[in-house]
Ligand binder design. Structure first.
Ligand code: HEC
Length: 134
C-alpha cells in the first residue's frame, strides 16, 4: 500500500465507523417506530412509524419538545424551554427512564414524561441514525 492510500484509509475510517453506527441505529429504530416516524419536511418517510410520539426528523442537536404539530407533555415542553437539547448524552439518559430524567433535569419531583418506553443499552447508534436521516 502506498503512503497516500494509507493516509486516505486512515482519514476514511471514522466516516466508515459513523456509517456503521447509523446502520445499526436504523435497525434498532424498529423499536421506536412503534410510536415514532422519521419524516422529512418534504413528506419523504425516512422511517415509517406510528404517530403516538413526535416525528423524530432532525432531532439531533435540536431543542426538546419543539417538533411542530405534536402535543407534548407539559414537562417535556418545559424542559425544552429551559434549554434541553438532544445530544447523544441527553438522549441516552432520557431513554433509560424518561420520567426520572425529566425530574432531574427540571429539579421537580412532580415532572412526568409521556413516553412509555425505556431501554438500558447505549443510544449512540440510534443518535447516529437520526443524525444521518436526511
Ligand atoms: C410506546 C411509545 C413510544 C416508544 C416505543 C418510543 N417513544 Fe419516544 N416518545 C413517545 C411519546 C408519547 C413522546 C412524547 C413525550 C412527551 O411529550 O413527554 C416521545 C418523545 C420522544 C423524544 C423527544 C422528542 C422531542 O421532540 O423532543 C425522543 C427524542 C424520543 N421519544 C426518542 C425515542 C427513541 C429513540 C425511541 C426508541 C429507542 C423511542 N422514543 C420509543 C413515545 C414512544
Amino acid at each position: 500500500m502506498t503512503l497516500k492510500a494509507l493516509i486516505a484509509l486512515v482519514l476514511f475510517l471514522p466516516v466508515l465507523a459513523n456509517a456503521q453506527d447509523a446502520d445499526r441505529g436504523r435497525a434498532a429504530f424498529a423499536d421506536c417506530a412503534a410510536c415514532h416516524m422519521v419524516k422529512a419536511p418534504d413528506g419523504r418517510a425516512l422511517f415509517q412509524g406510528a404517530k403516538v410520539g413526535p416525528n423524530l426528523y432532525g432531532i439531533a442537536g435540536r431543542t426538546a419538545g419543539s417538533s411542530k404539530g405534536f402535543n407534548y407533555s407539559p414537562s417535556l415542553r418545559q424542559a425544552g424551554q429551559q434549554g434541553l437539547v438532544w445530544t447523544p448524552e441527553t438522549l441516552e439518559a432520557y431513554l433509560k427512564n424518561p420520567t426520572t430524567f425529566l425530574k432531574k433535569w427540571l429539579k421537580d419531583d412532580t415532572a412526568r414524561a409521556r413516553m412509555a418506553y425505556r431501554q438500558s443499552h447505549s443510544a449512540r447508534d440510534i443518535y447516529a441514525f437520526l443524525k444521518s436521516a436526511k
